[in-house]
Design a protein around this ligand. Sequence first.
Ligand code: F6R
Length: 359
Amino acid sequence: GKGTYPFYMLKEIDEQPAVMRKLIATYAGENGLMKVDPEIVKAVQESDRLYIIAAGTSYNAGYGSKMMLEALTETPVELGVASEWGYGMPLLSKKPFFIFLSQSGETADSRQVLLKVNELGYPSLTVTNVPGSTLSREATYTMLIGAGPEIAVASTKAYTGQIATLAFLSKAVGESNGLQIAKDFDLVKELSLVAQSIEATLSEKEKIAKIVEKNLLTTRNAFYIGRKMDYFVAMEASLKLKEISYVQCEGFAAGELKHGTISLIEKGTPVLALISDPSVAAHTRGNVMEVVSRGASAIVIAQKGLEQESDDFVVSKVHPWLTAISMVVPTQIFAYETSVQRGLDVDKPRNLAKAVTVE
Ligand code: F6R
């Protein structure tokens, strides 16, 4: 049950540090080696391209994992929207390996692709939160997130858990390939820091509640912007906000805004900027100034060290491959607070079901 929590979503947001620690216990061995099925590692090593197939939040988690997967497996990663790939797959590489990301393991759109993949005889891995689910049974391999039941329709701990699970796979493959950057990537330490970063963010819910009250209570639309990893987080952040608060929101590559979309900025339009990457921070700051000069209400979520204004929301620092996890948490709380303050049913948004078992 949800205990003293008003909504499951809040409980599941709060569970994320524990999910990170549980994943460490599951996938990190005492000897410093990853406890990832060697068969899966081998299948990835034999592949020339990794295809991540998923829907919604799980699709966004694929993007949040892409940089780390590519760096550590030295294999290109391509993302596929399940509902589109079901109707026809693009030209595939010679040795594809398919990774299905699905909290429920029951998403019909993803299953359509898996059926095709099985027909073609390609190997596959399902990363899921539900043992014995359809996508788990029908794929060659399974890795479990083990986040515990996710009841709220809006997915939170499955997103962060999927990325962390793929971190173990990435590290295991890199190590097996003798890659120095894989050996240097101390995943136990880094995920512990992620857990601490999440805890620090969770202790600042009041601050987010106040920003929401000031900026998001009545607006009909909003934007999340970011560059590189923060762009991927912006896509997930905006999906979450749309889903449970009914605010129309776009997650945008910060640099794309000026190529048309900036015409939508009016007085008071909330623009939430994600800034975790020092190499592009100044550019995104520039985009914040552009929208502010057109009347937008800017809200900056910055990683520690990149904050500038006293009201920037600060997220403590984690490894660059893992910022999708740390940076998404405040955005989950932004979505949650906006929904609560608008008096909506956070756990059961209109028109939505937890597992989408129709195409
Ligand atoms: C968003 C959400 C959906 C699901 C999507 C895929 O919060 O919950 O977008 O992420 O329907 O579901 P799974 O991961 O179960 O395949």
